[in-house]
Structure formats: structure tokens, C-alpha cells
Design a protein around this ligand. Structure first.
Ligand code: COA
Ligand code: MG
Length: 288
């Protein structure tokens, strides 16, 4: 279970930047064939993505390829190219998924070719938000569900602000949680506004997102810090877990506040996130 606090997008047709991303403090590098690449450069982008995957050392970072959307004229060629890649990405991100059946077809195609990549569908339209629970489960190989905020706002005619996107974000988190996969938040486009980014990260983590996409290196440290527990949260969680271990898992008094099994679960989850993000050693799936 690798961390997914930060996932940095890089257009596939900028190999210098892909190489640079492989040395940055990002949990994942997303090599993009979709909206970061001009329509006239899709073939070149596929060729350069294959080359980067074969040649660049990404260390422990998760490597994700974002294809064009299944509804686009580019998708068939993207999938063909992927099937012939000399080295596969860990994960394939599928943008603008509209129907669970599209994911099932993609998963079946990968099964047929014996390819083990995980999938991250992107929910970025009214229809996809409403069908998010089915999309999250479709195909049997999803490891995450991404919310695409800009495309969503464009689709429904809402402002690209927090409140108008709140229902959609919550629904994506619920759909992902019910399917047992990672909810991942959309990038924050204004990379010269670190305070705004930090604020949106805080709100997003409180909703339940495990991480957020980035578009610029300057965003990575802010995102990494925001999606990991603070030292105070971790200290509290470890005290709760220790108190329950010593005094039993029924209701107990810890500093004048009730701790019962539900509170212990919240604390265990914080400890698991700390393990997953490298703040604590050990297996993030272990309790306590
Ligand atoms: N990945 C890796 N490196 C990046 C990067 C990225 N996404 N964005 C910028 N950098 C690097 C630049 O190469 C430059 O490195 P250098 O100092 O070694 O030369 C440094 O960071 C500063 O870049 P800057 O000049 O501030 O950026 P820019 O104005 O050239 O580019 C963007 C700005 C938004 C075009 C660029 O950040 C980008 O392409 N981001 C990704 C966009 C994307 O993929 N969109 C689709 C998904 S939403
Ligand atoms: Mg999008």
C-alpha cells in the first residue's frame, strides 16, 4: 500500500519534465496523454510515454498513465499503445468515465492480455457523479477514484469554488469508501496561490480524501503535509490506542473525554495513515 498524498501530472510530450518529476517529492507521477497534451501531439505523446516508462527510474513512486477518455477518438490508440509498452505503468487513470460498462470493457481487455495494472477512473461530470458508486466498483481492478473538479464544474455550469462542488466531492469519497478504494482529489490550478491550495487541501482531507493531484512542483510539499496526520493528531491517536490496549476496548475516560471502540477506530485509522505515509514504520493495514 504505497502512499498517495500527492500525484503530480506531467504532460507526456515533455520528457524533460517527466524526468524531473521522477526526482521530486511526489508519491505518484501521472504521465498525461489527455488534456495536458495538444490535440496535434497525441501520437508523439504516446511514443514519449513509452520511452519514459522504459528509461526513467521513478524510484518508489507510483507511475500512472492517464489515457484520453473512453469517449474520445484517441482512446483506442492509447490502449493499443499501452498494450505494447515495453514497461507498464503501475496504474492507468481513465478520465471522464461516464459508464461503468466502459471500465468493465477496459478491465476485460487487460485481463485478456494478462496485464495487471490497477485502474483509477475519474469522475468529472454530472452523470459520473450520480453513478459514482457503480463506477467505483466496475471492472474489479480499481484502486482509486478521482474527482475532476474543473470538468465537473464545466459540465454542470457551476462555479469552480468549494461550495458548488461539495456534494460531488462527498459523493466521490462515499463511493470510493464503499468500494474500499482511495478517493483522490482534483488538482488546484492556481499554482501561485499556496495559501489557497493549503486551505483546499485541509478541507478535502477532512472530507476523507487520501490525497490530491498536483500540477506544479511547488505544490508538493503543501499537499504532502496536508494529507498526513499532524504530529498532534498522531500523538493523540497513539495515546488512544495505548489506553484501549491497557484498559480494554469498552468505554473509558481519557482526559475527561469518552473513548470507546468507535473512537479507537478513528485513532487506528490515523495510525494506519501515518504508517502508509512513512511517519511511522510498519504495515499500514495493521490495526493500532
Ligand atoms: N512536472 C515536473 N516539473 C515541472 C512541472 C511538472 N508538472 N511543472 C513545472 N515543472 C518544472 C519546470 O520544468 C521548471 O523546472 P526548472 O526550474 O528545472 O527549469 C520548474 O518546475 C518551474 O516551472 P515554471 O516555469 O514555474 O512552470 P511553467 O510556467 O513552465 O509551466 C505549467 C506551468 C502549468 C504549464 C506546468 O507546470 C505544467 O505543465 N503542469 C502540468 C499540467 C498538466 O499536466 N495538466 C493536465 C492535468 S490537470
Ligand atoms: Mg479533467
Amino acid at each position: 500500500m504505497r502512499p498517495r498524498r500527492s500525484l503530480l501530472f506531467v504532460p507526456a510530450d515533455r520528457p524533460d519534465r517527466v524526468r524531473k518529476a521522477a526526482g521530486l517529492p511526489t508519491d505518484a507521477v501521472i504521465i498525461d496523454l489527455e488534456d495536458g497534451v495538444d490535440l496535434s501531439r497525441k501520437d508523439e505523446a504516446r511514443r514519449l510515454a513509452a520511452q519514459a516508462l522504459a528509461e526513467v527510474d521513478f524510484g518508489s513512486r507510483e507511475v500512472i498513465l492517464r489515457t484520453n477518455s473512453p469517449g474520445s477518438p484517441f482512446f483506442a490508440a492509447d490502449l493499443e499503445a499501452l498494450l505494447a509498452f515495453p514497461r507498464l505503468p503501475d496504474t492507468v487513470m481513465i478520465p471522464k468515465v461516464e459508464r461503468p460498462e466502459d471500465l468493465e470493457a477496459i478491465a476485460a481487455r487487460l485481463d485478456q492480455r494478462g496485464i495487471a495494472c490497477g485502474l483509477i477512473p475519474c469522475v468529472e461530470s454530472a452523470r459520473a457523479v450520480l453513478d459514482a458508486p457503480a463506477i467505483a466498483r466496475a471492472g474489479g481492478r480499481n484502486t482509486g477514484l478521482m474527482f475532476g473538479g474543473y470538468d465537473f464544474s464545466a459540465d454542470i455550469g457551476a462555479a469552480n469554488e468549494w461550495e458548488p462542488q461539495l456534494y460531488a466531492r462527498s459523493r466521490v469519497v462515499l463511493a470510493a469508501a464503499a468500494a474500499g478504494i482511495d478517493p483522490i482529489d482534483t488538482p488546484y490550478g492556481d499554482f501561485s496561490d499556496p495559501e489557497g491550495l493549503a486551505e483546499w487541501c485541509r478541507k478535502s482531507r477532512r472530507l476523507g480524501f487520501v490525497g490530491k493531484c498536483a500540477i506544479h512542483p511547488s505544490q508538493l510539499e503543501i499537499i504532502n503535509a496536508a494529507y498526513a496526520p499532524t504530529p498532534e493528531e498522531l500523538q493523540w491517536a497513539q495515546r488512544v490506542v495505548a489506553a484501549a490496549e491497557q484498559q480494554g476496548y469498552g468505554a473509558i475516560n481519557l482526559d475527561g473525554r469518552m473513548v470507546d471502540m468507535a473512537v479507537v477506530r478513528v485513532a487506528q485509522r490515523i495510525v494506519a495513515v501515518a504508517r502508509r505515509t512513512g511517519m511511522l514504520p510498519g504495515d499500514p493495514t495493521r490495526e493500532g
